[in-house]
Every structure is written in structure tokens, then in C-alpha cells.
Ligand binder design. Structure first.
Ligand SMILES: [Mg+2]
Length: 310
């Protein structure tokens, strides 16, 4: 793949997370939403504000850049410092609780295990994974290892870790594909099913082909889920991407219109879509309004430079 195409994919994955998150945020907790309503709300806003999804993704990117690759302790303290600066980003109860425990002396790779008797299987580590997905796109084994270890910081349950690795691998596959060539949904899904060990993910991914053949949003929400659990949202984001692999706007509007955990499902769909199509695929009407867009691009460029000059 030529360098400018790869660079556009790095930029896309990070900015796409932010745009998907910001478009979905006003619809968190709703059931079905019309795509036109999502468009109209974005149109009315002067700034598209992101939430914890993008805020934590920024921490992932900052830490990868600072330590030139994954360092769990550095990433943990980056999360904590960012949270303490901007606690208003809509964080769930889990991460702040863990951050306080670590500030009080708990080890970064142990603290999350105590939560919810064995760790959380929420989608909080999958939602922020885009920088890891693009940075390790050419090394599936290392990608899995880093996805698991980065998840361990806040989401220590195996299903939380597998959700993060699955989302990272979907981004990596999308990064590896040439957007000019025909997209093979069956091959994309087969690779994901093969990659993820947990049966609950394999089962949901196996349903996607049938759901794509007969579009029905209520059935998607029921069969794949639209909740905060990793297994009720990562397959849904993958499905949403696959509804329109050639259109960032259609894929993300589809994701947000499912309601539920709309910001996170929007963020994850946006990351996969623009890792495939590149940043040019994100409509300017949204890109221009995205809060801290230039900083997200700066991080993506630094990550790309680190990758391509290492
Ligand atoms: Mg959020």
C-alpha cells in the first residue's frame, strides 16, 4: 500500500472515532432513531462534542506516541491524568473508581480485576482502541496482546478483552484493504470469526450475513444488541460498517440510528469505516465541526510517522 493511503487511514480511524462518538452522543439511551434526525441534530450544532470514548482514545494515542509503542503503566497514568483534567466527558462509574484505586496505590494491571467480581465486560476498552488497531495493523498476534493488555487497565474480564481485540482486528483488517478494490463481506466476517475465541462473539458475527440480507433495525438491536456490553456492541458496529462499506456517512448514521449505546457504537463504526476508506470519506460538514479535530489529526500523523519511520 502506498504511504499516503496508509496515512489517510490512520487519520481516518482517529477522526472517524471522534465524529461517530459526537454524532451518537445526543442519542445515547434512545431506542430507534431516524437517520434524518441524527443529521438534523448535527446540522444545528456549532461544535460536535465528543465523549469519554474519544477522550480515552486520545490517551491511547498519546501514550503509544510517547513510549513509541505500548507501555501499560504509561497508558494507565495517561488515562488518569486526562480524566482528572476533563472528568465531564460522560465516563461510566467503572474507570473513575479504578483510577482512584490506582492513585491510592493499587497496581495498574490488577486494579480492574476487583471490579464487578472479575472485571468489566463493557465496551470501554473497545471504544478507544482505534490507535492500537492502526498501529499494529500488520501484526495480528501483537495486536491481540496489546488489545488485551490495554483492556486490562479498565476492563479485565475476558469478554471485555476479546471485544477490544475484535474491534482492533476489524480496524486492522480495514486498514489493510485497498479501498479501490471490491469489498468482500464474507471474507471480512470469516477472518473476524476465526480471530475471536469467545463463542458469544462468534455466534453474533455468524448472524451478520443474514441480517445484512434482510435489513431490519429492530432485529439487529435484538439479535446483535445495542448495549454497553462488549458483546452487545462490537458485533453491532461491525454490522453497521458492513451495511455500507463504501460510505462513512451511511454506516455511521445506521449505527447511531440503532440507539442504545449510540455514541460508542457510532465511534466504533466510524473507526472501522474510515480505517478502510480514509479520512476523505468523512463528510466535511462533520469533520469541520468536530471538537479538537486538529489535535486528533496531529496525534494520527505522529502515530503514522512512528509506524513508517521505525
Ligand atoms: Mg461515551
Amino acid at each position: 500500500m502506498i504511504k499516503p493511503v496508509l496515512k489517510s487511514k490512520f487519520l481516518g480511524a482517529l477522526v472517524g472515532t471522534g465524529v461517530g462518538d459526537a454524532l451518537g452522543a445526543p442519542f445515547e439511551g434512545r431506542f430507534m432513531v431516524k437517520p434524518e434526525e441524527v443529521e438534523a441534530v448535527a446540522e444545528k450544532r456549532e461544535v460536535l462534542t465528543y465523549t469519554d470514548d474519544t477522550h480515552m482514545m486520545i490517551g491511547v494515542a498519546e501514550s503509544l506516541i510517547r513510549t513509541r509503542g505500548f507501555d501499560g503503566k504509561d497508558m494507565t497514568y495517561t488515562f488518569i491524568q486526562n480524566y482528572e483534567l476533563e472528568p465531564f466527558r460522560g465516563y461510566g462509574p467503572g474507570p473513575p473508581h479504578i483510577f482512584r484505586a490506582i492513585r491510592a496505590g493499587a497496581a495498574w494491571d490488577i486494579a480492574a480485576q476487583e471490579l464487578y467480581h472479575g472485571g468489566s465486560f463493557g465496551n470501554g476498552s473497545a471504544m478507544r482502541i482505534a490507535p492500537i488497531g492502526v498501529f499494529y495493523h500488520d501484526n495480528p498476534a501483537r495486536l491481540r496482546e496489546v488489545a488485551y493488555k490495554s483492556s486490562q487497565i479498565t476492563h479485565a474480564h475476558n469478554l471485555g478483552k476479546d471485544g477490544a481485540a475484535l474491534q482492533a482486528y476489524a480496524i486492522a483488517l480495514a486498514t489493510n484493504l485497498e479501498p479501490q478494490l471490491a469489498f468482500d463481506r464474507g471474507d471480512f466476517l470469516a477472518k473476524l470469526i476465526n480471530y475471536v475465541p469467545a463463542a458469544v462473539f462468534k455466534g453474533k458475527l455468524s448472524k451478520i450475513k443474514g441480517l445484512l440480507a434482510r435489513p431490519d433495525k429492530a432485529r439487529v438491536a435484538i439479535e446483535l444488541g445495542n448495549g454497553i456490553e462488549a458483546f452487545n456492541s462490537v458485533p453491532t458496529a461491525i454490522y453497521s460498517f458492513l451495511t455500507h462499506p463504501d460510505s462513512f456517512a451511511q454506516a455511521v448514521l445506521n449505527a447511531v440510528s440503532l440507539g442504545g449505546d449510540a455514541d460508542t457504537i457510532g465511534a466504533m463504526t466510524g473507526a472501522i469505516s474510515s480505517a478502510y476508506l480514509g479520512i476523505e470519506s468523512i463528510p466535511n460538514r462533520w469533520q469541520q465541526k468536530l471538537e479538537n479535530r486538529l489535535y486528533l489529526k496531529e496525534l494520527a500523523e505522529k502515530l503514522w510517522e512512528l509506524k513508517t519511520t521505525a
